[in-house]
Design a binder for this molecule. Structure first.
Ligand SMILES: [Zn+2]
Ligand SMILES: [Zn+2]
Length: 131
């Protein structure tokens, strides 16, 4: 059984600075009553965090994949990502083939079909053949 992990492909920062994303953010913040959805002491500004990516256009993400977190809990969520999963995310960012198949890969990661190590080996193989 693969160990528990989560990985999220990175999305170019310019995708987060447009008005469609700002509108989406507001929808999610309203839904979550402008509160961090994590438990415990909160700190910092309210963020909208991606629990999973199904599209490289954040404003088109499914609402269920987005959640309001304060800065502290947002950071904690990202700190939980294993280094192998981070490597996978990094590899995804640099591969066109992976961009095309991001949805499928995100599902593989989410449903823990592959371990991060297996996925990373797979990504590297694809990068080698350059397709
Ligand atoms: Zn919080
Ligand atoms: Zn996040």
């Amino acid at each position: 059984m693969p160990t528990k992990y989560k990985a999220r492909p990175q999305i170019p920062t310019e995708n987060f600075s447009n008005s469609r994303w700002r509108a989406k953010r507001e929808v999610i913040m309203k839904r979550d009553d402008w509160r961090c959805q994590s438990l415990g002491e909160h700190a910092g500004d309210l963020n909208v965090h991606h629990r999973n990516y199904t599209t490289s256009e954040p404003w088109n993400e499914l609402d269920e994949n987005l959640i309001c977190l304060c800065e502290k809990h947002h950071q904690a969520e990202h700190d939980q990502l294993g280094s192998a999963a981070q490597d996978v995310a990094e590899a995804l960012k640099h591969s066109n083939w992976m961009v095309k198949h991001r949805k499928l890969l995100a599902r593989c990661i989410d449903e823990k079909i592959f371990s991060p190590e297996e996925l990373l080996a797979f990504v590297e193989k694809r990068l080698d053949v350059g397709s």
